[in-house]
Design a protein around this ligand. Sequence first.
Ligand code: MG
Length: 443
Amino acid sequence: MSIITAVDTFDVRFPTSQGLDGSDAMNPDPDYSAAYLIIRTNAGDGHEGHGFVFTIGRGNEVETAAIEALRLHILGREAEELLGDMGATWKLLVHDSQLRWLGPEKGVMHMAIGAVINALWDLKAKREGLPLWDLLSRMSPEELVSLVDFRYITDALTPEEALDILRRAAPDRGERRARLLTEGYPAYTTTPGWLGYSDEKLARLAKEAVAEGFTQIKLKVGASLEDDIRRVRIARETLGPDIKIAVDANQRWDVAEAIEWVGHLAPYDIAWIEEPTSPDDILGHAAIAKALAPIPVATGEHVQNRVVFKQLLQAGAVDVVQIDAARVAGVNENIAILLLAANYGVRVCPHAGGVGLCEAVQHLSMFDFVAVSGTKDNRMIEFVDHLHEHFVTPVHVHDGSYWPPSALGAGNEMLSQALTHYSFPDGAAWTATPSALVNLTSS
Ligand SMILES: [Mg+2]
């Protein structure tokens, strides 16, 4: 038996706003950041659990404090007890009646729980000698169902239905695992599409994306209709008819505005419209989906929990479910969402980019292919090519695909020198670049 001896937190921020990487209509100057934690035990095996919440700068200290508020729930506990029943561990954190008041099951506290849960999964996978996707893909349907909290979702997915989905997929897991290792998992890229990039840079990066094997790119839209029409036209002319172009408004519009705006972009053959309006507006998404059909509506990176995903699916308001590794309460809740999507026959194309999100979320899509939906058809994981160098096991993306990680764990682990160098506000990245600090006081 081993004891959890430390839960250390870090406020890590990368001054990405200086290059306008990651800029979109709602987030013009993000400094990609992580509220990060490391769980240590006295097992003497060298394994640590790493997890994080992705934020875009200001407020990362609030998220870090929320993780610290969970420290006493796991410090001094037996690691084997927590890791041995991750369904119970999830409930221990999510159902804390006093912390629950801060949500319930949404926002800063819920995301902090996600980071802790993901750090525990990272530790569990390392201890079991497997990458997370493979660990989950080897669990029995019964074990997987025990990870999910069905409270609030049984009108859309019962434990029996979840078991049926997983049992149907079980016989062919081995065949799909082999396919995953030889074929990879499809990716699309957002690298060309940031709103702060010039037309020339957009066209150059779009060309490069195709040369690198991607079959879909994504452009940020929503700040200026005139600019959007021009940028989407440039992308279409550069790429020809066979490469898909998705657009992402990052919640910029009201419902009627979304319908009208996207109508102007429709002639350029739009693969999906992402986050057209508030992520809480289920009926608004339903109205947009109905008006814009057959253009698919995508959302999820800001969807707070499985309950909102359930309603989006029930209302026919989402055609592309975009799970995020660090928005909901970790691996467990994302398994619930994957099962909900499978039950409704809706495809899942995860949100990634950010910092560490690609590394983390690939495990969930790969698990979904092997053990849940059993398909990669028309599915792909977002890819953005920055900040991967700060991770111990950065993603392998080439030939337009993610390649299954073989390293142990959940992919969350950042290099210790990155944790130090980008530590906010005292790390060298911040003290050596006074101009980077200017952004902190602007809004
Ligand atoms: Mg997006």
